[in-house]
Each structure stands twice: as structure tokens, then as C-alpha cells.
Design a protein. Structure first.
Length: 121
């Protein structure tokens, strides 16, 4: 089973990673860590509000350098840059050339070279 976590960008441009929360004030926030006492009671958590347009879920996969792959990442595969996204209940990527959709394969090597929020394709 893959780890479920998200990332999003703060207003200052910094990326934040953790659990995604939608607040009653209609803000999207990420909580990086929960602290519990010995009785499993929530003691504290810290939340950072993020730009909702930058939210991406972790695919559960890492690239050839051990870097986590998220939705919105640009990966280099077979010499081509491709964008990671969620498609039909699976993480996929689409080639920039012809718009074809490909499913992730554990036998193919990927390298994260950027993301759609910080880099042009």
C-alpha cells in the first residue's frame, strides 16, 4: 500500500509536504506532522495554507535518484519530458508530443527534472 501524502506551494514559493486539509474558511492547508501523547490524544499540529492550484498527490513512486514523484512533476523518460497526472484511477503521464497517455511502469526509469508550477516544459 502506498503512502498517501500531498504537496502544495506556499505564497512565498516554498513547497510544503504532508496531509491535505480543507478548512471551514475554505482554505487548503497541509499538515506536516501530528503530535500525540501516550494515550493517542492529539496534542498539537501545525498547518500551512497553500495555493490550491499547486496541490499534487504523491504517486508512491520514486525516481532513479530516490526523489518522490508527485502529480504535476515533469519526468524525463526515454529521453522525453512528460508530465505526471492522475488519470482513470491511476497515476499516468502524457507525452508532450502527441498527447498519448501512458501508465507508470516499474520497469521504466524516470527522473524528476522539474514541475509544471516552477518550470516550463
Amino acid at each position: 500500500m502506498r503512502e498517501i501524502k500531498f504537496r502544495g506551494k506556499l505564497d512565498n514559493g516554498k513547497w510544503y509536504y504532508g496531509q491535505l486539509v480543507h478548512t471551514v474558511r475554505d482554505e487548503w492547508c497541509i499538515i506536516p506532522d501530528f503530535k500525540f501523547n501516550d494515550d493517542d490524544e492529539l496534542m498539537s499540529c501545525f498547518c500551512e495554507c497553500i495555493n490550491p492550484d499547486t496541490i499534487g498527490q504523491y504517486t508512491g513512486l520514486k525516481d532513479t535518484n530516490g526523489k518522490e514523484i508527485y502529480e504535476g512533476d515533469i519526468v524525463l523518460s526515454r529521453g522525453k519530458k512528460e508530465v505526471v497526472y492522475w488519470n482513470d484511477a491511476l497515476f499516468s503521464f502524457v507525452t508532450s508530443e502527441n498527447g498519448e497517455v501512458y501508465k507508470f511502469s516499474t520497469t521504466t526509469e524516470f527522473e524528476v527534472v522539474g514541475n509544471i508550477y516552477d518550470d516550463a516544459k
